[in-house]
Design a binder for this molecule. Sequence first.
Ligand code: AMP
Length: 404
Amino acid sequence: MSEKSFATLDDLFAHGDIAGKRVLMRADLNVPVRDGAVSDATRIERIVPTIRELTGKGAIVILLSHFGRPKGERNLEFSLKAVAPAVAEESGLEVTFADDCVGDTAASVIASAKPGSVVLLENTRFHKGETDNDGAFADQLAALGDAYVNDAFSAAHRAHASTEAIAKRLPAYAGRAMEAELTALEGALAKPEKPVVAIVGGAKISTKLDLLGNLVSRVDYLVIGGGMANTFLAAQGIDVKKSLCEHDLGDTAREILAKAEAAGCQVLLPRDVVVAEEFKAMAPCKTVPATEVPDGHMILDVGSDTIADLAARFEAAKTVVWNGPLGAFEIAPFDNGTNAAARHVAMLTKMGELNSVAGGGDTVAALNNAGAADDFSYVSTAGGAFLEWLEGKTLPGVDALSRS
Ligand code: AMP
């Protein structure tokens, strides 16, 4: 048995031989498809270890996934059939496609599947019961398998039949990709080594209020950068001139700062900033104190003194959690602050000094742009599920795998 708070494949194997057993595996095969073929197989690559471990022990792996938003109707524009060849290629296994995810069609394809092979079922969202988390639909899905494995963290924030209700109807386990994600996330916020530095950047605070509210009560330092820092600066009476700023959220920003102070979390706002007159690549720019943004200018990045402050925090930290860029990273040279900070975190991680976990929104693109993503301890590509986890929410698909 594993020591984890959730059941894993090791628990499944401890229950006995799975040769010939039907394992329903929830995957996230909502992958980009262009001209009828998968154009980016990253999500498929991540689930291959689980598929191969199960088939290697003789199980029949039955893949369940959503694909796009067909809104409960059979619409072949959203068929998973186009994804089957990529699953076969990435896994090196025989993959048979079933035209429906429940009923006789699915049952007969599964009945003729060989042990050690893979069946891919049609889009679960062709049935309304999927997004309704409907019990009768979950019963139909569960009837097709002997055990359930969820390897789709990126779909775990939704209480749908294939992520939640089904897990109550079969013995349920986390796949290896889910296990890696949950282990990384637990290590970053649930049981982190202190001090913990959280970096939150991006455009606006309105989309990240729950996230900021949760982080201030969990981390030692909260670094706020990007456009959202402007709202905090303005809330402290600083004139940010033409900068992106949610002026109507001044009270909210002050409440977050008060909550942080009460929780003993130190908030770090930019001391100096890079300003320009236009939001444009290579726009003429200069670095000024955050309190002295010139007329007609906007803040587009953090300045060099701020970068030096952050570097000192990183040196002293044991854990870094990161969501959102520190500046307008898509346009040079305003990617400088994000790049410098990301490369420093990556270097300390590589040296074994830091545990670093990042994800959500544009974060993956920003870290890739910095050439730093590969050296972080874990970069989540889960988007919405990662953000909900940072917000401290219980993810239904994860909760359903918990031992308690
Ligand atoms: P988000 O999706 O909330 O993580 O925000 C990411 C976006 O914030 C990126 O497109 C950045 O260009 C943008 N951003 C970051 N800093 C600034 C800034 N100072 N002014 C305007 N946009 C910014």
